[in-house]
Design a protein. Structure first.
Length: 174
């Protein structure tokens, strides 16, 4: 004998809905970044994980050495032409859903390195979700970028993957 569940505002109240919301919440609150520090911005990324700034409060303390265990790539520093295929390969090895933060001016637009050897923005290689400005950006700016990404994940949890990258956020730097 089948029991009909009551429908409230288009929701059936079935366990699938509740488990789906729990999955979205856990995905938002536990971003595990892959370590990809290339220059001076990497020092600031490491400082953000230290006790003074403590990015662990936001669920991102687990810096993963393997891309297969990470869902967030923080590209911190300039990307040379020789490093670009490596960056793309690491990004491709990450499981879906995956997000990218471009940390610093060099990762965002190559900064002061306007020459043939440096990629003029990491968004030419991988899709970027959040840009963190600064040279080098402070650890507070990176934490602000992580918070902006968490807000974006919360707002767009029900969208398809293709629609997810339609809006790029830039955190404010104080």
């Amino acid at each position: 004998m089948a029991v009909e569940l009551p429908v409230i505002q288009g929701k059936t109240g079935s366990p699938g809905f509740i488990l789906g919301r729990l999955e979205e919440w856990s995905r938002e609150k536990s971003l595990w970044p892959v370590m990809f520090g290339l220059a001076c911005c990497a020092i600031e990324m490491m400082a953000a994980a230290a006790s003074r700034f403590d990015v662990a409060r936001f669920g991102s303390e687990l810096m993963r050495p393997s891309p297969r265990q990470a869902d967030l790539m923080i590209v911190s520093g300039r990307v040379s032409q020789k490093m670009a295929p490596v960056l793309k390969e690491i990004y491709d090895q990450m499981p879906e859903p995956k997000w990218v933060i471009a940390m610093g001016d060099c990762a965002s637009c190559a900064g002061i390195f306007n020459n043939y050897a440096v990629v003029q923005g990491v968004d030419k290689i991988v899709p970027v979700d959040v840009y963190v400005p600064g040279c080098p950006p402070r650890p507070e700016a990176l934490i602000d970028g992580i918070i902006k990404l968490q807000q974006r994940i919360r707002e767009q949890a029900s969208y398809a993957d293709g629609e997810r990258r339609s809006k790029v956020l830039t955190p404010t730097q104080e």
